[in-house]
Design a protein around this ligand. Structure first.
Ligand SMILES: [Zn+2]
Length: 472
């Protein structure tokens, strides 16, 4: 006769929730719980760790039957069987999958699980201790089930410290030959958080890869959000530091690989707080291209599958790049073919505020500015925007929704007059106007001006049109 409860966590999307596992030992009770696989794992782990298997009833919430709760189930059972005083489990959360041999195996999503455990001491598989070491968390790594029982019995829980952040060597913009227009569009995009379309035969990849290096470093909260997504995706690779992430899926990636599924986030979320680059964008599946506008507007991916709704964060800055037509060389395309090719991008492009034509570029003109010079301007511009947007949920001009534009990014009469001029009639639609106003503000921020002037509006229009004629 014995009873014990242990605590663990279940992770849904990128959010963890504490759950309680109960074990009650009594002769004749049949020990069936969770999934068949979990039952088999826990049983084998207990027997192979040298303990007897008791007759017991295990109670755990249905949604908690994943491998994350294996350790808690085993420890609850062993505690109920008298191997541990029950009070040793007070203030302790147990996470991890058990191998048949009693070893603890790393699990996906350990970081949000530890975050949900709050002030408790969290025992985790040693193999993912670095990933689990959320700021402020008390994390104790363990290799085997028997070690967990011994450590809890002897009260010898050694805390794991958070690893140092990885030094990331950033690519420098000075490496990109020529392409002054595209470089400027990249800088404006970085300063205001605007999405960008690069079209033409030129160094699209080089430019896109250098965008994270001219974005300001992530703050504590954003860095933790990014690490959490990578933890749930099973792609955590050492403390990534403060550089915004870059996600650049290949055009053969499936829709699920881009949006994610019930169990793991996709490429859109791996770009959260960073950059999503779709290279050779028209080659992507049409469904994928049409799936972009939702997250671009809301900053998250919502998946409804098998009567479950899962959210993943996906506030990214998009860089679409494309060559003007499908030919590899010796183009014979008609204007119609070229237009059709880029028309595949029509839906995401409705939300793209900056366009630039690429050129092959030449070293003869000498190297351009380095990223260090550009990022200094980007930071100053962002600081101006941050002051203006203080007290709102938005940090950059691109995030200000249309309904709040008049209040936070008002357009001066001369700006409206220019955008409203007869020359631009038909060009500027109700959808375009707010985009131009946002970019005008970013240009003013970059100049250090208090308000956008007519010249900023004119420049915003150029940047918006940028590569509009690529299909002609
Ligand atoms: Zn062609």
């Amino acid at each position: 006769m014995g009873y014990a409860r242990a605590r663990s966590v279940v992770v849904d999307g990128v959010t963890g929730r504490l759950v309680t596992v109960e074990a009650e030992i009594s002769p004749g009770l049949s020990t069936v719980f969770g999934s068949r696989e979990q039952c088999d794992r826990v049983r084998a782990a207990i027997l192979n760790s040298g303990y007897a298997w008791p007759d017991a009833r295990i109670t755990l919430p249905a949604e908690a039957s994943g491998s994350m709760t294996d350790l808690a189930v085993a420890v609850a059972l062993l505690t109920a069987a008298g191997h541990l005083p029950a009070e040793r489990l007070d203030g302790v959360v147990l996470l991890g999958e058990l191998g048949l041999d009693g070893r603890l195996r790393p699990v996906r999503g350990i970081l949000p699980a530890v975050s949900a455990a709050a002030t408790n001491t969290v025992i985790v598989p040693a193999g993912c201790a670095d990933e689990a070491a959320a700021p402020g968390a008390v994390v104790v790594p363990a290799v085997r089930l028997s070690e967990v029982v011994e450590r809890l019995a002897n009260d010898s829980l050694a805390r794991h410290t958070r690893p140092a952040e990885r030094a990331v060597s950033l690519l420098d913009l000075a490496d990109v030959p020529g392409n002054h227009h595209a470089r400027f569009a990249l800088e404006v995009g970085a300063a205001g958080g605007h999405h960008l379309f690069l079209v033409g035969h030129g160094p699209a990849l080089m430019l896109a890869e250098r965008l994270p290096g001219i974005l300001p470093p992530l703050d504590d909260a954003a860095a933790l959000e990014v690490e959490t997504v990578y933890s749930v995706a099973g792609q955590y690779d050492g403390a990534p530091g403060r550089t915004p992430p870059m996600s650049a899926p290949h055009h053969t990636t499936t829709l699920a690989g881009i949006t994610g599924n019930l169990h793991r986030p996709g490429a859109l979320s791996l770009a959260h707080r960073g950059v999503l680059h779709l290279h050779e964008a028209p080659e992507f599946n049409r469904q994928i291209l049409d799936a972009l506008p939702g997250p671009m507007e809301t900053g998250e991916v919502r998946l409804f599958r098998r009567e479950r709704l899962v959210h993943y964060p996906a506030r990214f800055q998009l860089v679409l790049s494309a060559v003007p037509c499908p030919c590899v060389r010796d183009c014979t395309c008609t204007a119609m073919v070229r237009r059709r090719y880029l028309e595949r991008l029509a839906r995401p492009l409705q939300h793209v505020e900056l366009r630039a034509r690429l050129e092959r570029g030449s070293w003869a003109v000498g190297p351009g500015e380095s990223s260090a010079v550009v990022v200094a301007r980007v930071r100053e511009a962002r600081e101006r925007a941050a002051v203006r947007l203080a007290g709102t949920p938005w940090r950059v001009n691109a995030e200000v929704p249309v309904r709040s534009l008049r209040r936070y990014l008002p357009a001066a009469a001369e700006v409206i007059a220019l955008l409203d001029s007869p020359v631009n009639t038909g060009l500027i639609t109700p959808v375009t106007f707010p985009q131009l106003v946002r970019v005008s503000w970013t240009l003013a921020d970059l100049r250090g001006a208090s308000h956008p002037a007519k010249e900023d509006a004119a420049r915003a229009l150029e940047l918006w049109q940028g590569a509009r004629d690529a299909s002609r």
